[in-house]
Design a protein around this ligand. Structure first.
Ligand SMILES: [Zn+2]
Length: 275
């Protein structure tokens, strides 16, 4: 499942291909959406924006295409209107004069009017988006200390899209590691410094990953590791996916534990020593 930074990059790619352009033709595979093929033709695409793990494509007549990829959905872009070579089932095709965007295999596709977007059952439950430039540190800090969330275990809280949207498995491990917080802690077990670090890292690491295409480690560490011949898989994260490898801060082995069938990677030295 892609996380916020990957969804934002996917939305940017679609947006760069079709935003501001006129729809020359649009195709919907689902019968209930066919009625929109004619009315959307000739209209401009205003924007393509991620909302949690959904993507909203807005048209100039105040209608929007809501699509959630779930596990298998995928957007693809083509330069000349030709369909990409794939075995997936085509669900939506948007053709402009030079580029086309194709949505494959997604099952949740709806046309909504502007008022309905914010009230959509998926969108209205989302917490502040960690990659969105409008989300502030104060807003995120407030959430960590609120009575709604402070009693929940961080290892599950950080995957709850209603808490903060855009976080997923790798960001969870990296935020906890960089904040020096035990994955078994609840926000109320944390010191003030730890809560502040969690709020700061929730935003900083997600935005860094968005900007760099998936890195949560800082440039200084990336450069030093590259000089030693490290591969991308070795330098992209501090803890995530590195079980049994030496921690970049203390040298001890990174450990892994499972919560709800998904793995949290952590270091004893940085994360299990304080109370
Ligand atoms: Zn360590």
């Amino acid at each position: 499942m892609p996380e916020g930074p990957e969804i934002w990059r996917a939305a940017d790619k679609i947006s760069n291909a079709i935003t501001g352009k006129e729809i020359e033709a649009i195709f919907f595979a689902f019968d209930e959406l066919k009625q929109f093929e004619k009315s959307l033709q000739g209209l401009k695409i205003n924007s393509v924006t991620p909302r949690g793990k959904a993507i909203i494509t807005s048209f100039e007549n105040n209608l929007s295409l809501y699509s959630h990829n779930q596990l298998y959905g995928k957007w693809m872009i083509s330069e000349n209107g030709d369909e990409p070579d794939t075995n997936r089932s085509l669900r939506v095709a948007i053709h402009t004069h030079d580029k086309s965007a194709f949505l494959y295999s997604a099952s949740e596709i709806e046309i909504l009017d502007d008022g309905e977007v914010e009230n959509h059952s998926y969108i209205k439950k989302l917490g502040p988006d960690v990659v969105h430039p409008g989300t502030t540190y104060e807003e995120v800090l407030e959430r960590y200390i609120s009575s709604t969330f402070k009693n929940r275990k961080l290892s599950t809280l950080l995957l709850d899209q209603g808490f903060l949207s855009g976080l997923g498995n790798y960001l969870r491990s990296e935020i906890l590691f960089c904040s020096g917080v035990d994955p078994d802690f609840r926000p109320k077990d944390c010191s003030e410094e730890q809560i502040e670090a969690l709020a700061r890292n929730s935003l900083d690491l997600s935005r860094r990953s968005y900007k760099t295409g998936g890195l949560t480690t800082p440039d200084s560490l990336v450069e030093a590791l590259k000089e030693e011949g490290a591969s991308r898989g070795q330098y992209r994260h501090y803890a995530y996916g590195r079980a049994g490898k030496p921690c970049y801060k203390c040298g001890k082995d990174i450990l892994v534990m499972e919560t709800g069938g998904r793995k949290v990677y952590y270091c004893v030295t940085e994360q299990k020593n304080h109370n």
